[in-house]
Write a protein that binds this ligand. Structure first.
Ligand SMILES: NC(=O)c1ccc[n+]([C@@H]2O[C@H](COP(=O)([O-])OP(=O)(O)OC[C@H]3O[C@@H](n4cnc5c(N)ncnc54)[C@H](O)[C@@H]3O)[C@@H](O)[C@H]2O)c1
Length: 297
């Protein structure tokens, strides 16, 4: 445990408490999302676990309630692979809650075989990028009304291998499961930067995050990755350690000056040249709006 501790630098040391605050964490029934939600609940927030599988979510909510003593841990159905489900989640949330202070866009799929979402989007770009893009868009007014508020987008170091090919956004010409994941994680960073530019002065700030290499269920679709993860399981982060940078971005006081930045190990991190391309970020925003039927402004 001592070696593991030394290997995993980056601990969120914020002492901020969250009574009266409301948070939504997507994909909160496993891995990094579950640990992120647990810590937010520990600090007193009302936490919505936005999960595809409500039954699994309820078990986790109960576990968090018992561990933290916070009964305000709620489960709501959210399938990011279906825009109807995203719209239904947002509609109910907006009717139910007066505020939203922290939105953690954490859910993700990695290296799944070629498949499509209910709306015909390739699964990686559909869930990891477009699903969260729509969710954020639908919750934006609430975030603004609740300012200061924050949006944290969980991306990955894998974005370095990503490219946004607008002619092949849905893998219609060429598909590689590993690269499709990388492209979607690059899209997370471009989205964060464009959102930050658009939200300047609104009191809502946004950050993208690489959580580290984390022992979670993310590698479920790849036998090879499962094997590598198992081999190195002692050296890679636990989900609790993997949650630290998301928590750092959600909680650290004064981080607003770094609006739009990318973080790893609780520090600002370097992103690839593609991830700094404002033209691509703007075009991706417009194309995403177009695909989702959101009026482009
Ligand atoms: N584990 C790592 O090493 C690593 C590295 C870099 C980035 N990440 C990122 O961290 C985030 C969390 O991953 P994790 O490692 O905890 O993996 P995980 O598989 O344990 O968690 C992913 C969560 O997303 C949910 N999800 C998947 N599809 C969904 C859908 N259609 N609708 C709603 N929820 C859905 C899953 O149910 C699960 O709860 C992901 O965005 C991933 O890309 C992980």
């Amino acid at each position: 445990p001592q070696i593991r501790k030394m290997l995993s630098s980056g601990v969120c040391t914020s002492t901020v408490q969250l009574p009266g605050k409301v948070a939504v964490v997507t994909g909160a029934n496993t891995g990094i999302g579950k640990e992120t939600a647990k810590e937010l609940a520990q600090r007193g927030a009302r936490v919505y676990l936005a999960c595809r599988d409500v039954q699994k979510g309820e078990l986790v909510a109960r576990e968090i309630q018992i561990m933290t003593g916070n009964q305000q841990v709620l489960v709501r159905k959210l399938d990011l692979a279906d825009t109807k489900s995203i719209r239904a989640f947002a509609k109910d949330f907006l009717a139910e809650e007066k505020h939203l202070h922290i939105l953690i866009n954490n859910a993700g799929v990695m290296m799944c075989p070629y498949s499509k979402t209910a709306d015909g989007f390739e699964m990686h770009i559909g869930v990891n990028h477009l699903g969260h893009f729509l969710l954020t868009h639908l919750l934006l007014e609430k975030l603004k009304e609740s300012a200061p508020s924050r949006v944290v987008n969980v991306s990955s170091l894998a974005h370095h291998l990503g490219r946004i090919h607008f002619h092949n956004l849905q893998g219609e010409k060429f598909y590689h499961a590993g690269l499709a994941y990388c492209h979607s994680k690059l899209a997370n960073i471009l989205f964060t930067q464009e959102l930050a530019r658009r939200l300047k002065g609104s009191g809502v700030t946004t950050y993208s995050v690489h959580p580290g290499t984390v022992n979670s269920e993310l590698v479920r679709h790849s036998y090879l990755m499962r094997w590598i993860w198992w081999l190195f399981s002692f050296f890679i982060k636990t989900p609790q350690q993997g949650a630290q940078t998301s928590l750092y971005c959600a909680l650290t006081e004064g981080l607003e000056v770094l609006n739009g930045n990318h973080f790893s190990d609780c520090h600002v991190a370097w992103v690839s040249a593609q991830a700094r391309n404002e033209t691509v970020a703007r075009r991706l925003w417009d194309v995403s709006c177009d695909l989702l039927g959101i009026p482009v402004d």
